[in-house]
Ligand binder design. Structure first.
Ligand code: ATP
Ligand code: ZN
Length: 284
C-alpha cells in the first residue's frame, strides 16, 4: 500500500483528486475522513494541510505527497521531486507600493518586508546581499503596506490583480512554483516503488493525452503526401480511402499548442471536414 498525502481542502485538492481519478483509481471519501483507501488500486490517501505534507513525507507518515514547490522550499525538507504535476502554477514575488520609485534590489536595504514565506525570502535576500527586516505573518500579507506594518511584501502572485487592488506593483520574481509530487525515493522499498511506478505510468498517459489532440480530416488523394508531411502523427498518420473516389480520410495526433497553425496549413492544402478531439490517455 502506497500512502499519498494530498491537501485536505484548498487550491490543490480538487486537481490532486482529479489526477488520481483520471488514472482510473476510485477513492470514495464522502465524509472526508483523514484517511481513505482506493477500492481498485493499492493506495491510501491522507488528507492534510499543505504545510504539513513535506514533514509527513519526510517522517514516513506518508510515502509521497502533493504540494506546491513554494511550500516544499519553505519547509526546507530534503525530499525528491518525483513528478511535476502541471497545475497550481504561481510565482512568488516582491511587491512595493506603486507610488515608489524602484531602482533594483538595493531598494529593500533597511526596509521591512511582510511575508508568510520567511525562509524563501531570507535565502533570496542573502543570495543578493540585501539586508532587510522580514516580518512574518500568516495571512493577508497583501494589506501589510496599506496598514503600515511593512514597506513591501513578498507573496504568491498568479494574475497580479490582488496586488493592483492593494495599490502594489510587482518588482521582482523570486521563484516559480507548481504542484509537485514529493517523496524519498531511497526510503520507498521495492513494493511501494513498484506501485509508484505504476501510478506515474498512468499519470504520464493522462498528461500526454492532455497535451495532444486527435485530428481527423478529409483530403483529396492527390494532397495526401503533402498533408502527411505536415502531420506526422505518433508513428505515421492513418490514411483510409473514402467511399467517394479520389478522397481519403487522414487521422493523426497533434500537439495542442500547434493545432491552429497546422489547421491553417491543412486548409490551404485542400483538407476538409477537419475534426479535433480530446485524447483521454496516450501511451507511446
Ligand atoms: P491549507 O489550509 O492546506 O494550509 P493554504 O491556504 O495554505 O491551505 P491554498 O491557498 O489552498 O493554501 O494554496 C495551496 C497552494 O496553491 C499554494 O501553496 C500554491 O502552491 C498554489 N497556488 C496557486 N495559485 C495560487 C494563488 N493565486 N494563491 C495562492 N496559492 C496558489
Ligand atoms: Zn497552507
Amino acid at each position: 500500500m502506497l500512502k499519498i498525502a494530498i491537501q485536505k481542502s484548498g487550491r490543490l485538492s480538487e486537481k490532486s483528486l482529479e489526477q488520481i481519478a483520471e488514472s482510473g483509481i476510485s477513492v470514495a471519501n464522502g465524509d472526508r475522513k483523514l484517511v481513505a483507501q482506493a477500492s481498485n488500486f493499492p493506495i491510501e490517501l491522507l488528507y492534510l494541510r499543505d504545510d504539513d505534507i513535506p514533514q509527513c513525507v519526510y517522517d514516513g507518515v506518508a510515502d509521497v505527497g502533493v504540494v506546491g514547490e513554494n511550500v516544499l522550499l519553505e519547509t526546507g525538507c530534503a525530499l525528491d521531486i518525483v513528478e511535476r504535476l502541471g497545475f497550481g502554477k504561481c510565482r512568488m514575488s516582491l511587491a512595493i507600493p506603486k507610488s515608489e520609485k524602484y531602482g533594483g534590489l538595493t531598494w529593500f536595504n533597511g526596509r521591512k518586508i511582510a511575508t508568510s514565506y520567511p525562509k524563501i525570502l531570507q535565502d533570496f535576500l542573502d543570495r543578493h546581499g540585501v539586508q532587510a527586516d522580514i516580518h512574518h505573518i500568516s495571512g493577508s500579507v497583501e494589506i501589510s503596506t496599506g496598514v503600515g506594518i511593512a514597506d513591501a511584501i513578498f507573496d504568491i502572485v498568479s494574475s497580479g490583480s490582488t496586488l493592483i487592488s492593494n495599490g502594489l506593483k510587482e518588482v521582482d520574481t523570486v521563484v516559480h512554483s507548481e504542484a509537485v509530487m514529493v517523496g524519498r525515493k531511497v526510503a520507498l522499498g521495492q513494493e511501494k516503488a513498484a506501485i509508484l511506478e505504476k501510478l506515474l505510468f498512468r499519470l504520464h498517459a493522462v498528461q500526454k493525452g492532455r497535451k495532444n489532440k486527435y485530428v481527423m480530416l478529409n483530403a483529396p488523394a492527390a494532397s495526401v503526401e503533402k498533408i502527411t508531411a505536415v502531420i506526422p502523427g505518433m508513428k505515421s498518420p492513418t490514411v483510409i480511402p473514402l467511399a467517394q473516389e479520389g478522397w481519403c480520410s487522414i487521422h493523426s495526433v497533434l500537439p495542442e499548442g500547434q493545432i491552429w497553425e497546422i489547421i491553417d496549413q491543412l486548409h490551404s492544402l485542400g483538407a476538409q471536414g477537419i475534426l479535433v478531439m480530446p485524447i483521454e490517455k496516450m501511451i507511446l
